[in-house]
Design a protein. Structure first.
Length: 94
């Protein structure tokens, strides 16, 4: 009888929120280690505060965009290491 993660059904789609902190990185790594179906998707979501002036928003987006790319790469590596091959890892800034 399967136990632990092997007992969970294979997932088709997961969205994980991250504030890009150490704790957020741990949440993304945990999500990437869940059992996925072939061709499934993992989306990392980072939300910026509403109402930021345009000049500040551009600065935030520039810094966050780079960190999100690193998070996607780390999540893809983690998923692969956990046997999740062929999943689509993306990030969204909202």
């Amino acid at each position: 009888m399967p136990s632990g993660l092997d007992a969970l059904p294979r997932l088709r789609s997961v969205v994980v929120a991250s504030d890009l902190s150490h704790g957020g990185a741990r949440a993304v790594a945990r999500a990437a280690s869940l059992p996925f179906e072939q061709g499934a998707s993992l989306r990392i979501l980072h939300v910026v505060p509403a109402g930021l002036p345009a000049s500040e928003l551009r600065l935030v987006e520039a810094g966050v965009s780079r960190k999100l790319k690193l998070a996607v790469a780390a999540a893809a590596r983690r998923a692969e290491a956990c046997g999740n091959r062929g999943i689509d890892v993306t990030a969204e800034l909202a």
